[in-house]
Write a protein that binds this ligand. Sequence first.
Ligand code: BMA
Length: 340
Amino acid sequence: MNNFRLLTPKAANVPWQERPEHITGAPIWRYSENPVIGRNPVEGVARIFNSAVIPYGDGFISVLRGEQVNGVPYIYMGRSQDGFHWEIDKEKIRFVDENGEAFMPVYAYDPRLVKVEDTYYIIWCQDFYGAAIGVAKTTDFKTFVRTENPFLPFNRNAVLFPRKIGGNYVMLSRPSDSGHTPFGDIFLSESPDMVYWGKHRHVMGKGSEWWQSLKIGGGAAPIETSEGWLLLYHGVTGTCNGYVYSIGGAILDIDNPSIVKYRCENYLLTPEEWYEERGFVPNVVFPCATIQDSETNKMAIYYGAADSYVGLAFAYADELVEYIKNHSVVTESDTEIGRR
Ligand code: BMA
């Protein structure tokens, strides 16, 4: 695509492996040495998956969903020079409230990590008298201050846009139930201050295609491009043997992101490898973060695999957007403003 541009910072050190020759017709390929984080990665943590990564300094920082050996999920920090090899803290992140007092969630899972202006936000799912969204902010990855919970229960899969739109912070989320939620669409909410949220809009519903016919949920932070916001999300189908989670892609309008411009009818990645098909929850690929370089269009996609591992996949952003556009099927509920 001639005029395509990523409107994101350069990231010359984006983790990268060239496309293997046998991959044709698909815009995303997996890292050959997956998984990048295996089982029992640090003492007390059985599995790390559904985790987010961001460039920081001359390397990378991650917030990791760590399933402790008592089964309770929490968020851990990791550091890496190259994005492939991770040093993971043994201690979970210690959250404080606005007065600096300890304020730990009961549990915490599926963190996303998004920088807006000079602040890094962690957004995750936690107990707020039922599954709901938690938020904390940091500027130094030493002090993590929890802010007001943005939404009432039940809600999951929230992720912030990396910049304000029309002067407001913008968050995607998926209202849910307190269990395994056999339904769910992606909604958008705005806030002037990260405290009060409103102007809720429907973004897109579950699709008619088999791989996203049950529910969908936000994934990695939307990526700003000359074509609109590139959103990698997860789509779920129900089978006689349980749910199957795949990765889907859509492009949202740059100024009104509740409007879907393009939505790929094909999945971009679906469980095929042993570490995606076999694990604590089989058949799950769950995207939570991307790193992209606006100079080269190289993209690294971090995803959880089978609720047991962290996987890495790669794409060229221009090819990925082209693929989404060429296989786009949008419905009325995708393309409308989402207000009823
Ligand atoms: C969802 C979330 C994810 C998990 C997925 C598959 O409801 O809990 O953390 O990866 O189920 O188990």
